[in-house]
Design a protein around this ligand. Structure first.
Ligand SMILES: NC(=O)c1ccc[n+]([C@@H]2O[C@H](COP(=O)([O-])OP(=O)(O)OC[C@H]3O[C@@H](n4cnc5c(N)ncnc54)[C@H](O)[C@@H]3O)[C@@H](O)[C@H]2O)c1
Length: 260
């Protein structure tokens, strides 16, 4: 991926950062975007230590703010001159609560970040990819984007929307050389998922983790690098004809519940 330019949102942690390492190992130029400046600075330091030759731009931005999204796109163009891939990864889980008790302000925040954040990213990056006649977009959905998940109404709504927008981007912009896919990770052990296990069982989060893993066909949780390698393929030229798909990365778990 030498000289390919990839934007990663939510790049300071978890699945975003793991993908940054994978892409740095393949010599891509990277824009890392996150709203957590401290974590972003730490990730930049770590990435530059591990991959001394990496060409890296960091931009502090909240993806739910349209102007800040435009800004990370503008900054990337100023620095690298093109955008080959957008990994639309920033997202939050919200709070766990039954549907009728769900805090409406939290619901709106989940929608702003998980839906509008992904939408704004595509809105500003696609015209650039159209001019280039080439682009790869990977949006981050979830198993919650293919089925219901108890107590996570807002998250499930938002991730189904990501799956839907992915289909639309694929059919509207395939003619411009832009392939758009989503990934649907199952439980991958990142800070976000650790927080979720703490909510499920505050006294013994490890027990919640083991319980969840025991229901997976592989009897294990996924690792961020498992996701990173799949994304690295989908966001590269190696992907020549896959578009409009939501690809589960879940050890086969979605096959336990039917027509995903
Ligand atoms: N970890 C999993 O098992 C799993 C499963 C399914 C889907 N996902 C999805 O993968 C994505 C990444 O999750 P993760 O597990 O790596 O989480 P994480 O919490 O470890 O990392 C998310 C990163 O996104 C950043 N972020 C959050 N909101 C932002 C905003 N408004 N603007 C900019 N940056 C923002 C955070 O600061 C953080 O660095 C999310 O969209 C999540 O829904 C994760």
């Amino acid at each position: 991926m030498k000289n390919r330019v990839i934007i990663i949102t939510g790049g300071a942690s978890g699945l975003g950062y793991a993908t940054a390492e994978e892409l740095a190992s393949r010599e891509a130029n990277i824009t890392l975007v996150d709203y957590n400046k401290e974590a972003l600075d730490a990730s930049k330091k770590q990435l530059e230590q591990k991959y001394p030759g990496v060409k890296l731009l960091t931009v502090v931005a909240d993806v739910s703010d349209q102007q800040q999204v435009k800004n990370y796109v503008d900054e990337t163009i100023k620095t690298f001159g093109r955008i080959d891939g957008l990994y639309n990864n920033a997202g939050i889980e919200g709070k766990q609560a039954p549907m009728v008790d769900y805090d409406v302000d939290v619901f709106k925040k989940v929608i702003d970040i998980n839906i509008l954040g992904v939408y704004y990213g595509m809105r500003y990056v696609i015209p650039i990819m159209q001019k280039q006649g080439y682009g790869r977009i990977v949006n981050v959905s979830s198993v919650g984007g293919i089925r219901g998940v108890i107590n996570q109404t807002a998250y499930v709504a938002s991730k189904h929307a990501v799956t839907g927008m992915t289909k639309n981007a694929a059919i509207e912009y395939g003619k411009d050389g832009i392939l758009t896919n989503a990934i649907a990770p199952g439980a991958i052990l990142t800070p976000m998922v650790e927080t979720a296990f703490k909510e499920v069982n505050p006294d013994d989060p490890k027990a919640a983790e083991h319980e969840y893993a025991s229901r997976n066909p592989t009897r294990a949780l996924g690792k961020p690098v498992d996701v990173a390698k799949a994304v690295a393929f989908l966001i590269s030229e190696e992907n020549g004809y896959i578009s409009g798909q939501t690809i589960a990365i879940d050890g086969g778990e979605s096959r336990l519940y039917g027509n995903a």
